[in-house]
Design a protein around this ligand. Structure first.
Ligand code: NAD
Length: 329
């Protein structure tokens, strides 16, 4: 008991030091109060399920009501709009496709900020433009709420098993409150700095991932054309300096590995459209900061071309198939 009281006292002193309201402290300590979740798609659905599994009541909303069916069956309450969720929950997680969706869900006519309670913690795990995260944080602050960006890496598999990596940006003194929820969905919760820096880390990772995937695909294709067996070539690369995640964990060539999208006609995994979007974000941020990213630009063009040629819904490792088809033209 004494320990609990001491912990509470320290927490209150900490909050006082940072000028936070009593509302923030009651929210931070009310550990199993309902958590709002908006955007129950490929990633959001398993993430919300893990919150439920960890004993957090979930209040959900999605423009596509069918998306909420599964978690409703597991006991979640489903409401019609983000504003209604904000009226009921003072901690809300959003997992939406891209920047315009996030702007709509936070600042739209039925958005979170229409009904947000003072002291609420709003965590956006979508991958979006860092400048939009900053705008949302400023808009939330005007309403007395705290916004943090916490994009993820790991994909649907990690979302299901609760092993996502979260890259978190925002007020450092709110990090522990965010972490309490994020640990139910992920194993690595990394504080990156001020709001928007979580997105910055995510965008940098995905630009390198795209470049590595295209490089692996064209290398494997060349090797095959030179008469090498693809499995043998992958084995050699993976014991040599060309090794990377795309060659040893997510090889894009059908038949080289099991349990990856290339073994399943590039179904599931991380869609080419989403990769094209993330590379577009990298381009914007590179332009704004006058940073040369020649390979990132080329990767963006390649993934955009793929979207226009029927690869939009396939996993991004289908760039191997795209290159194979190009060579026959
Ligand atoms: P998704 O398209 O499967 O899900 C998005 C959900 O948001 C959908 O259910 C959609 O109906 C809902 N939605 C859209 N607009 C809405 C609105 N105005 N109000 C309420 N709900 C709305 O996307 P996803 O694969 O779950 O990805 C979500 C985010 O996570 C994206 O930013 C993506 O880049 C990122 N991400 C995805 C993966 C992956 O492997 N799929 C991995 C890491 C990061």
């Amino acid at each position: 008991m004494a320990g609990v009281l001491r912990g509470t006292k320290n927490l209150l002193q900490g909050l006082h030091k940072h000028g936070h309201s009593a509302l923030v402290s009651s929210r931070t300590m009310a550990s199993k109060t309902p958590v709002g979740f908006i955007g129950l798609g490929n990633m959001g659905r398993p993430m919300a399920k893990n919150l439920l599994k960890n004993g957090y009541p979930v209040i959900a909303s999605d423009v596509f009501p069918e998306a909420c069916k599964e978690i409703q069956d597991l006991g979640a309450q489903v409401l019609d709009s983000p504003a209604e969720v904000a009226d009921k929950a003072d901690r809300i997680i959003t997992m939406l496709p891209s920047s315009p969706h996030v702007i709509e869900v936070y600042t739209g006519s039925n958005g979170i900020l229409k009904k947000v309670k003072k002291g609420s913690l709003l965590i956006d795990s979508s991958t979006i433009d860092p400048s939009v995260s900053k705008d949302m944080a400023a808009a939330a602050e005007k309403m007395g709420a705290v916004f943090m960006d916490a994009p993820v890496s790991g994909g649907v598999g990690a979302a299901n098993s609760g092993k996502l990596t979260f890259m978190v940006g925002g007020m450092e003194e709110e990090f522990n409150a965010a972490k309490e929820l994020l640990t139910t969905m992920g194993t690595n919760i990394i504080y990156c700095g001020e709001v928007g820096t979580g997105q910055a880390a995510k965008i940098c990772n995905n630009m390198l991932l795209a470049i590595g995937m295209i490089g692996t695909a064209e290398t494997m294709n060349l090797g095959i054309r030179l008469g090498l067996d693809p499995k043998l070539l992958a084995q050699i690369l993976n014991m040599s300096s060309g090794r990377c995640w795309s060659s040893d964990t997510y090889n894009p060539v059908p038949g080289v590995m099991e349990g990856v999208p290339s073994a399943n006609n590039y179904q599931g995994g991380f869609g080419t459209t989403l990769m094209a979007k993330d590379l577009g974000l990298a381009q914007n941020t590179a332009t704004n900061t006058k940073t040369p990213v020649p390979l990132g630009s080329l990767a963006h063009q390649i993934y955009r071309m793929m979207c226009a040629r029927g690869y939009a819904q396939k996993d991004f490792s289908s760039v191997f198939q795209f290159l194979r088809e190009e060579e026959n033209q």
